[in-house]
Ligand binder design. Structure first.
Ligand SMILES: [Mg+2]
Length: 433
């Protein structure tokens, strides 16, 4: 009987603010960081790894919060973990004291996500499968016990979810075959960080076109005239066959959003991401009413399924951008994917950050195989930095994510990377204070 023997967490920070990778209108100097959770078991070869993603300062606060949940999992067996993962999720989400700090949002929910990301990695490895494969090969009755219906059953009932899972069972094998051959389309964010010069953006656009990308996301938000000039440069560089989308990272008021988005219309954008506050459902509705048929997207800062319910049911957004470390891991992510499918909102997962591409490669495959069966009008985010720190980084071919082959949820880091970038005592931070 294999038992969980220890859970530990490391504060790992990468100094991305040095070259402005990840910079946007509001987060001007992020150090891409991870609260790196390790779950050890009585089988020394079986370990689970998970992260939450932050921008540097505060990573220690998420780590501290993770420690508060650890006693819930001490000494349970891996079989009990797999069987009771749905109940254990609520033991954390409804923790009688920690819950006050959320509920189900902010630091507590990110801490929950980090732990459950590690536990799902462990469960997939125990079953000798990549996580996506473990999930899609699980029976609908089993999956139903993982899901988080509380507060959203008015939008997605248990019967709705079960029927979607059941309906798609017959297509699982054929969809896996398609993904094996084609992969899942991605867009690149890596050419358009706000801190980059026009010369650098042109050089990067040309590089990514050669590598096979056709979708380019650009950060905007500080200065309308400069944004329009940058978009002109990019459109000229990538041509009319490629798509552009922009991301304002919550920078604008409603009035500014409308003004900016209308000024960008001539660039025929695929979507506009996070124009304003991620909580402002009514604000998104007002923007939508004033910008015609421009698609609005949000979700990377969306605290949980209950916020997504508001956005979906009011049709305030056109595209849902789930985040693998802000939603409460697979339990809540699957629930949101099912709700999005029922309410006909396509999901384009967010992956700008460390480790997020490693996670979303599983999530887009699960969405396609198990729930949605549609991928050719969707794109999942890809950004190309920091993959070298992972033992099993995602594989991209001609702009498509390929099916992960290794067991687990793909987030195990190289030991040397953890050692070097642990904060504040890793080698890098000791010599760069
Ligand atoms: Mg974004």
């Amino acid at each position: 009987m294999i038992k969980i023997t220890n859970i530990s967490v490391e504060d790992v920070r990468f100094p991305t603010s040095k070259d402005l990778t990840g910079s946007d209108a509001i987060h001007t100097d992020p150090d891409y960081s991870a609260t790196y959770v390790t779950v050890e078991t009585s089988d020394l070869k079986l370990k689970g790894y998970g992260i939450a993603f932050t921008l540097g300062e505060g990573n220690d606060i998420v780590s501290k919060c993770i420690e508060s949940y650890i006693p819930i999992f001490k000494n349970i067996t891996c079989d009990e973990l797999e069987k009771n993962i749905g109940k254990l999720w609520y033991d954390c989400a409804d923790h009688s004291q920690l819950r006050w700090l959320g509920p189900e949002k902010g630091v507590v929910h990110m801490a929950l996500a980090a732990i459950f990301n590690a536990l799902w990695d462990l469960i997939a490895k125990k079953n000798n499968k990549p996580l996506w494969k473990f999930v899609v090969e699980s029976k609908p009755d089993v999956i139903m016990n993982w899901l988080t219906f509380k507060y959203i059953e008015d939008a997605l009932s248990k019967d709705d979810a079960y029927n979607i899972l059941l309906e798609n069972q017959k297509s699982i094998e054929s969809r896996i075959k398609v993904l094996n051959e084609e992969g899942y389309p991605s867009y690149t964010t890596a050419a358009g960080w706000l801190g980059y010069s026009n010369e650098k953006i042109i050089e990067l656009c040309n590089k990514y076109i050669k590598l096979g990308w056709k979708h380019f996301k650009i950060k905007v938000g500080n200065n309308l005239d400069e944004d329009v000039k940058r978009l002109e440069v990019i459109r000229k560089t990538i041509g009319d066959d490629c798509s552009i989308m922009v991301d304002a990272n919550q920078q604008w008021s409603i009035k500014q959003s409308i003004e900016h988005i209308n000024a960008y219309k001539k660039f025929n954008l695929l979507f506009v991401e996070e124009p304003t506050s991620p909580d402002d459902v009514i604000g998104f509705k007002k923007i939508k009413e004033s910008v015609g048929d421009v698609n609005l997207a949000t979700g990377e800062a969306c605290g949980g399924r209950i916020m997504f319910k508001q956005f979906f049911e009011t049709k305030a957004i056109d595209i849902c951008q789930i985040d693998s470390c802000r939603l409460g891991s697979i339990n809540e992510i699957l629930t949101v994917l099912l709700m999005a499918h029922k309410l006909k909102i396509p999901v384009f997962p967010h992956a700008g950050g460390v480790g997020l591409c490693e996670y979303v490669q599983h999530l887009c495959m699960i969405d396609y195989i198990l729930i949605n069966g549609e991928k050719d009008n969707k794109v999942v985010e890809y950004q190309d930095s920091l993959h070298e720190h992972f033992k099993y980084p995602c594989i991209i071919k001609e702009g498509n994510y390929m099916l992960p082959r290794d067991n687990g949820y793909s987030i195990e880091m190289k030991e040397q990377s953890v050692k070097t970038y642990s904060y504040p005592n890793g080698d890098y931070w000791k010599s760069n204070k």
